[in-house]
Design a protein around this ligand. Structure first.
Ligand SMILES: Cc1cc2nc3c(=O)[nH]c(=O)nc-3n(C[C@H](O)[C@H](O)[C@H](O)COP(=O)(O)OP(=O)(O)OC[C@H]3O[C@@H](n4cnc5c(N)ncnc54)[C@H](O)[C@@H]3O)c2cc1C
Ligand code: SF4
Length: 287
């Protein structure tokens, strides 16, 4: 199943205009954590916060709505959110951790829960794991090259970055929009992403992305019992507007197609690694 196990899938967006204003898509991640904080479902969330360098995320533990708002938007570069997982239970003193991350980061969270090597106290303290869809990621220097050299835009003047409709988009504070075809960005991808077999964060409690839903909306998979409880309460509290996924365009078929494309392509890379050398191959982490 390229889309993983899930209990339900809908198109949704936050009902909070303040959240929506700076959100990447439907503000699902920020709204979920804001609600979970308010209700005591989590006592903090590990998110990709801003740093001194433009569009370079720094993992932070958000314990207020203001900190969540400051972390809105997709940074198309690595944000090592797992690096705060253990510390969240130590100096930050969290008992109920929220964490957002890419599919590989959701895998790390689940692995730490099942095989907690050096992760004492962590397994029982993951209260809400929110996954985002991810086709590929870029090292920071790659992002700089894509935005500054190919889009010809200074990173500090960028208001939003987006990948969609086969293109990489840069929107500046002063209203300029630049787009380049994704074939230009391929050589800048993080090589480790080429063995990744998860597109829609199969292991999250709730996972979300832009693909499948109209602009300003998100596709949301509710996957676990824990995710279902939180999602149900958030809906009852009026946090989200939803539409059946069958009623929106392009809908689930596109999500399925992109997930299949990613997995098929990366599976081939994994197979090629087995016979990479003369008489020997490269490691396969899945076997
Ligand atoms: C590298 C990357 C590739 C992606 N590729 C796709 C794709 O192919 N298709 C698709 O539909 N969606 C993709 N997404 C997800 C999409 O861009 C949005 O992040 C998602 O829809 C959430 O939007 P939102 O409005 O709900 O989130 P918001 O409310 O805006 O919040 C976004 C949250 O994501 C966190 N975040 C931002 N950057 C990172 C990062 N680099 N690592 C970990 N957490 C981060 C922020 O801390 C914030 O909490 C990708 C995201 C990333 C980071
Ligand atoms: S493509 Fe896979 S390995 Fe790369 S950042 Fe996305 S989820 Fe992680």
């Amino acid at each position: 199943m390229v889309l993983g196990n899930y209990k339900s899938v809908v198109a949704a967006r936050s009902a909070d205009n303040e959240i929506l204003k700076g959100a990447q898509d439907g503000g699902i991640v920020t709204q979920l954590f804001a609600y979970a904080l308010e209700e005591g479902i989590i006592d903090g969330a590990i998110v990709a916060g801003p740093s001194e360098e433009p569009w370079k995320p720094e993992p932070v533990i958000a314990t207020t709505k203001a900190e969540l708002l400051a972390a809105r938007g997709t940074k198309y570069t690595l944000s090592p959110n797992i690096s705060l997982l253990k510390e969240a239970t130590r100096s930050y003193g969290l008992d109920k951790i929220g964490i957002v991350g890419t599919p590989c980061q959701m895998q790390a969270v689940r692995k730490a829960q099942l095989y907690p090597v050096g992760m004492r106290d962590v397994p029982d303290k993951i209260a809400l794991a929110v996954g985002i869809f991810c086709m590929e990621n870029f090292p920071y220097q790659s992002l700089e090259a894509i935005v500054e050299d190919h889009c010809n835009v200074k990173l500090e003047s960028v208001k939003k970055l987006d990948i969609g409709k086969g293109k990489f988009w840069a929107y500046t504070e002063r209203g300029a929009v630049t787009q380049i075809p994704l074939k230009v960005t391929h050589k800048y991808e993080q090589p480790g992403c080429h063995v990744c077999l998860d597109y829609v964060s199969n292991l999250a409690d709730i996972s979300t992305g832009s693909v499948g839903a109209p602009d300003g909306w998100s596709t949301v998979f509710v996957r676990t019992k824990n995710g279902e409880d939180t999602w149900g309460k958030a809906i009852a509290a009026g946090c989200f507007e939803t539409k059946p996924i069958e009623e929106v365009k392009p809908g689930l078929d596109l999500v399925k197609k992109l997930a299949t494309d990613k997995i098929t392509k990366n599976q081939k890379t994994l197979e090629a690694r087995a016979t990479f050398g003369v008489g020997k191959g490269l490691r396969n982490p899945y076997i």
